[in-house]
Ligand binder design. Structure first.
Ligand SMILES: O=C(O)COP(=O)(O)O
Ligand SMILES: [Mg+2]
Length: 227
């Protein structure tokens, strides 16, 4: 099968250790004949800026699927659920000293600086019957709607682009990429990927971070999976 598009995570996948963009990956993206969709847990303004600067299209997945942009300067599809994330945050604030990240820009998730034991956070929200999911991507802790993820986001994007989710090749590094990698036709995890991403992926590259993304793309090109 020749994939018609790529859906690619940002942090840990096309970045270096210090979160700077791996410029070799950006260059490679521009040389590909298929569209590349960025998919991230970061807010929309962040990923739109990244897509614009790399030279990619404005259809992107932000906030782990909570926000889908239909293009630059075009409307976004914004999921419900911020209220229950805020309620969970208020509750958890009684127990922990929490620091919100990018709060001014986020529409569907409450995101926190890492450093706490998230199993305790999960226990507290569960004991209080709150229907939110708490995940740690290795970059931030996200309080999110459990029914929304990069996989549901990929569905929406595939519809917008008029292709099937199985016609996407997905590359990622963390638990927040697992559903997206399962939903895509092929999921490749980079060498630094966490256990959830590894389990969801069909293969794991030897190299890590941007080097791993390059390896994934070279693998696809040399096996006729990409043009
Ligand atoms: O927002 C995060 O926690 C990580 O971002 P990512 O999805 O681009 O890796
Ligand atoms: Mg990532």
């Amino acid at each position: 099968m020749v994939f018609k598009a790529l859906v690619v995570d940002i942090d840990g996948t096309i970045t270096n250790h210090d979160r700077s963009l791996d410029l070799r990956v950006a260059k490679r993206f521009r040389e590909l004949r298929v569209p590349v969709v960025l998919s991230t847990g970061n807010p929309l303004c962040y990923v739109h800026a990244a897509a614009k600067l790399i030279g990619l299209g404005g259809i992107v997945i932000a906030e782990n699927g909570g926000v889908i942009s239909t293009g630059f300067d075009k409307p976004s599809i914004i999921a419900d659920g911020m209220e229950k994330c805020e309620e969970a945050y208020e509750l958890l604030s009684n127990y922990f000293d929490l620091e919100k990240l990018d709060a001014a820009y986020r529409k569907t998730e409450v995101v926190l600086r890492r450093g706490m034991d998230i199993s305790q956070l999960r226990q507290i929200v569960e004991d209080n019957g709150m229907k939110v999911e708490i995940i740690d991507t290795g970059y931030a802790v996200h309080i999110k709607d459990g029914n929304i993820n990069k996989g549901t986001g990929l569905h929406t994007v595939a519809e917008l682009m008029g292709i099937d989710t199985k016609e996407f090749l997905a590359i990622g590094d963390s638990c927040n990429d697992a559903e997206m990698m399962r939903e895509a036709g092929l999921g490749i995890a980079v060498g630094n990927a966490d256990d959830d991403a590894r389990q969801a992926a069909s293969m794991v590259t030897k190299a890590s971070f941007g080097e791993g993304a390059l390896e994934a793309i070279e693998y696809a090109l040399s096996n006729g999976l990409l043009e």
